[in-house]
Design a protein. Sequence first.
Length: 79
Amino acid sequence: MDKKTHLDNQSLIRLRVDFVGHRIFRAVRSDGRLGEWVATLRDSKAGVDPTVMRGTADELRAALVEEAEQARRERERFW
């Protein structure tokens, strides 16, 4: 396993641990290579968009943090 693959695997594990309300995985391109970082919503308390896709793990993490904040604001608005 090369260094990039190892780092990507570690990033995937950290995302899955930190955002358990989502199913997180890498999309596979038509040529078989890994593509976008994807999170699909499992728990409506964790986000608002059913699917979030970003080009990097860091971009996905930032988007999921914002998703969590939006979901929190939505809950507060109704309570």
